[in-house]
Design a protein around this ligand. Structure first.
Ligand code: AMP
Length: 496
């Protein structure tokens, strides 16, 4: 019996199981047995392509059952799975492929004309995989024997790499975060217990699978429990509302929740039966939390993590879910707030979930840890008397104006509370005098004409002068990436 921690826990137990795993919007179903057969076909492809344990297999493909099966096949073969955001243009893809010294690259047939030569130039083999999962990968294992041979299940230890995800790289070049079998499995087990996931759960899965949220947090807990997913290529509020009666559980970024709320058809009738709504990857406004509860009777459970660590904290399933906080450290995660200004400091964590470092960047890896071995998240936070963590901002978003620190979130909270404001982003702009000056971008509630002077006047008595924005911009929406994160870099670029 070989040992392969992730494959043994998440995939192997389901071979031949005639129970639904993925169901689709059109009512179609893929059973666990069918999924494992697909995994075997992809494993045969990897085997025929000469992939050995530790080799990097990258994929820039649309979400499908086959793209999920590729993750499983890589685990089985011992390869390091490297999913790439479909939004990356050719030039960025080229950087990733070269950086990780890719051996095999799966791409969308539409991108193959430009990307295949790039990958081939780097000495990698290229396969296509279309949004329906079909592609020339199906012929690699040999046309006469399309199933081919899967090759052996690679023996792996908990410290061996299972995946590598490039961090969004809001500053500097993206870095490949190396995640081991032990990292992913320990987190999956913790979250599964914490959220009470069981075989009867049906997860409405509308997240992308090139990011840790959709790939690991969501899919892994379902696989561990032999539960089901309602597998949607992307999030569409009307479709989610229509299909929600078939689900028990939803995981989303905050944008999913605000979009659901903006549909008048969404309420207790559609959401009242659900066991759990989970939010993460970006801050969920306390106001959204309250509005969601008023409409549906459901209290969204917010949790917090990073690509490098998977999940670190979660609000409890049973027990108070505090709006505006990201909850308590997971049972196997140690968390501390490094000494900072007053109660605010950098959130640092230690535990089996913490990654193995950045690929090929020993110096960046060393910088990411304190001398006594804690991972520096770069997030600023506070702890309340019950141990709940509140995120106050990113240390790199911290504005230093005339030598004084301004935490954007403090200013944003006051702006957001003003009449007619939907949301805001506060950021620093270069300033000859002060180093940086505080600027604000404000989004009005639809149909409302913003009175920026009135908002400014309302802030004046409540906030030290140096924290008050010196520059105000009304904008129709904030720039966000696919995971719902506000891109302050884009704002800084626009208004510099
Ligand atoms: P990523 O590596 O793309 O998952 O991004 C990780 C970052 O997302 C964290 O460092 C946080 O800044 C942010 N983040 C994740 N979850 C939350 C949350 N629940 N509330 C606020 N920020 C979050």
């Amino acid at each position: 019996m070989t040992e392969n921690p992730l494959y043994d826990a998440l995939f192997a137990p389901h071979a031949g199981r005639d129970a639904p795993f993925l169901t689709f919007a059109d009512g179609g179903t893929l059973t666990y047995a069918g999924f494992l057969a697909l995994v075997d076909r992809l494993a045969a492809t990897l085997h025929a392509a000469g992939i050995a344990p530790g080799d990097r297999v990258a994929a820039q493909v649309e979400k499908s059952q086959a793209s999920l099966a590729l993750y499983a096949a890589c685990t089985r073969t011992g390869a390091v799975f490297l999913p790439l955001n479909t939004a990356y243009p050719d030039e960025e893809v080229q950087f990733f492929l070269r950086d990780c010294a890719v051996s095999l690259f799966f791409c969308d047939p539409g991108r193959a004309p430009t990307l295949a030569p790039v990958a081939a130039g780097l000495g990698a083999r290229v396969c296509t995989m279309a949004p329906d999962g079909r592609g020339d990968w199906e012929t690699v294992a040999g046309p006469t024997n399309p199933t081919g041979t899967t090759g052996p299940i690679a023996p792996r230890g908990t410290d061996d790499l299972a995946a590598m995800l490039y961090t969004s790289g809001t500053t500097g070049r993206p870095k490949g975060a190396m995640l081991s079998h032990g990292n992913l499995l320990s987190n999956t087990r913790s979250l599964s217990r914490l959220w009470g996931i069981g075989a009867g759960d049906v997860l409405l899965h509308a997240l992308p699978v090139y990011h840790s949220h959709g790939l690991f947090v969501a899919s892994n807990v379902i696989l561990l429990n032999g539960a089901q997913m309602l597998w949607l290529p992307k999030f569409d509020a009307a479709q989610a509302i229509r299909l929600m009666p078939r689900a028990t559980l939803m995981m989303g970024v905050p944008t999913f929740y605000t979009r659901l709320l903006s549909d008048p058809a969404f309420g207790r009738d559609t959401a009242g039966h659900m066991r759990l709504f989970i939010s993460g990857s970006a801050p969920l406004l306390a106001q959204t939390h309250a509005e969601f509860e008023a409409r549906t009777g459901q209290r969204i459970l917010e949790r917090y993590g990073l690509t490098e660590t998977s999940m670190n904290t979660s609000n409890p399933l049973d027990g108070p879910r505090k709006a505006g906080t990201v909850g308590l450290p997971l049972p196997d995660v140690d968390l501390r707030i490094a000494p900072g200004e007053g109660a605010v400091g950098e959130i640092q964590v230690k535990g089996p979930n913490v990654f193995k470092g950045y690929w090929g960047l020993p110096d960046k890896t060393a910088e990411a840890f304190t001398e006594d071995g804690w991972f520096r998240t770069g997030d600023l936070g506070t702890l309340d008397q019950d141990g709940y963590v509140t995120i106050v901002g990113r240390s790199k978003d911290l504005i230093i104006t005339g030598g004084l620190n301004v935490y954007p979130k403090e200013v944003e909270a006051l702006i957001d509370a003003a009449d007619g404001v939907l949301e805001s982003a506060v950021f620093g702009l270069p300033d000859a005098d002060f180093g940086e000056r505080v600027a604000a971008a404000v989004v009005p509630v639809p149909g409302v004409q913003l009175d920026l002077d009135a908002i400014q006047a309302a802030l004046a008595p409540r906030l030290a002068r140096f924290k008050q924005p010196k520059e105000w911009h009304a904008v129709p929406e904030l720039p966000r990436n696919a995971m719902g994160k506000v891109q302050k870099n884009a704002l800084r670029q626009t208004y510099s």
